[in-house]
Design a protein around this ligand. Structure first.
Ligand code: HEM
Length: 401
């Protein structure tokens, strides 16, 4: 959905075994189209499927290696599994070594999994593995081990209405796996967890999530039925607000995770036009109430002739508008979750250079958002998302562990 052009350098690995030359050429052409679409900057990407895309897109592997981790830059795959681990917390010296070992073990397992060469027969499906990973380090561990992380990395303050379960949040090492299918995700999560555990990591929590399967360039929906992720930054804007400044952290970012319970039935009972005023966009196509196309910027200053705002004062997109934060934007790549009939919601996953942006937005939302009667924040985590890595080098090599 949103791919860093720098990841183009790494070659996708097509499934070629057993194909004749003609089939191979056809697959190659379709593959090139798919990879090209994924790698193209968002701003210049066509948003509708063309005639050629009526045939199912060819499946391409996603390179693990690159300057930035593919789980942030690559297409947003429809299934996710997030896990957090703690370190045993013995001495700083011992924990530094444990962290190095965990990151080395994860790098090995995840890069092998992404390349489709893990020996586990359960992964030999005959198709390339579509896997994208995000590995990060929590603020408490970073402070305890004096790691080389940005000064902005910090835990979030409490917000009004929070009902956070500490057993489902925080953690020393955060791992997000995203895959095209639930099967791959489950097996790779099992193998990555085993690798981390044998290097000394203690599992803390896990969380699964999902998205509707969407063609490239189409915004997925959340369980309230609205498109979620429309107003994400294009690449130049992300360079300014999502990725670190030039220097040690320029290919790193900070992730904010919130497990937000949603009263889906309660929201569904609200008439459609009121729902749209709560969000500030139309439900069918995501068009802002002040615009004519999905990607029009919501104009929070536009007024009706009677002087009232077109996007109401408590609308979600007004309170989260970058216009209230000097243009600062976060990159949202959230997932839905379904943990039984009474617990469904959103795994809010957002990347930003400075998590104080999240704090400012959530401070406004938590007191005034029209969605609040239907939401409850139940878990939270922050992590420094490591720069990507090249073959032969483990993730986190520059953490100075
Ligand atoms: C379950 C909770 C939430 C739901 C259902 C939700 C839903 C939405 C929807 C439908 C949009 C409009 C489409 C889009 O631009 O993606 C949106 C925009 C946005 N949301 Fe949320 N959101 C939730 C939580 C949050 C939280 C916790 C934050 C940050 C504190 C946040 C920040 C934003 C931002 C920054 C935008 C883009 C505003 C713009 O640039 O126009 N959202 N959200």
């Amino acid at each position: 959905m949103h791919t860093d052009p720098e990841n183009r350098q790494a070659q996708a690995r097509p499934a070629t075994s057993g194909l004749g030359r003609r089939a191979l050429l056809a697959t190659g052409a379709a593959l090139a189209a798919t990879v090209g679409a994924a790698a193209e900057p968002k701003a210049s990407r066509p948003r509708r499927r063309d005639a050629a895309s009526d045939t199912p897109p060819a499946i391409a592997a996603i390179p693990f290696h690159g300057p930035r981790q593919a789980g942030v830059t690559g297409p947003q795959l429809p299934a996710t599994h997030i896990s957090a681990f703690d370190l045993p917390s013995t001495s700083a010296t011992a924990d530094r070594e444990t962290l190095r070992n965990i990151l080395t073990a994860l790098t090995h397992t995840l890069s092998t999994a992404a390349a489709g060469t893990l020996p586990d027969p359960r992964l030999h499906t005959g198709e390339p593995t579509r896997l994208a990973c995000v590995v990060g380090v929590g603020p408490t561990l970073a402070a305890r081990l004096a790691l080389n992380v940005p000064a902005e990395l910090a835990d979030l303050p409490p917000f009004p209405g929070d009902r956070l379960d500490p057993a489902r949040g925080n953690g020393d090492v955060l791992l997000q796996l995203c895959a095209a299918d639930r099967w791959t995700l489950t097996i790779v999560a099992e193998l990555a967890t085993a690798a981390a555990q044998s290097a000394g990591a203690v599992p803390r929590w896990t969380q699964s999530g999902f998205l509707p399967h969407m063609p490239p360039g189409v915004t997925p929906r959340n369980l309230f039925g609205f498109k979620d992720g429309t107003a994400n930054p294009d690449d130049p804007t992300a360079q300014r607000w999502v990725w670190g400044p030039p220097g040690a952290h320029e290919n790193a970012t900070i992730m904010v995770y919130r497990r937000i319970h949603m009263d889906v039935a309660g929201f569904a009972a609200v008439p459609r036009d009121r729902q749209e005023k709560m969000i500030g966009r139309r439900a069918t196509d995501g068009v802002p109430l002040t615009g004519t196309a999905e990607h029009d910027d919501p104009d929070i200053y536009a007024k009706h002739p009677d002087g009232s705002y077109v996007i109401p004062v408590s609308a979600h997109v007004r309170l989260s508008s970058p216009r209230l934060d000097a243009g600062a934007r976060m990159l949202r790549r959230s997932y839905n979750y379904d943990d039984g009939p009474t617990d469904r919601g959103l795994l809010f996953c957002a990347y930003m250079r400075d998590p104080s942006l999240f704090t400012r937005v959530q401070t406004r939302l938590s007191t005034r958002d029209a969605l609040n009667p239907f939401l409850e924040h139940r878990a939270s985590a922050v992590a420094y998302i490591l720069p990507g890595t090249l073959p032969g080098e483990p993730l986190g090599a520059r953490l100075r562990t």
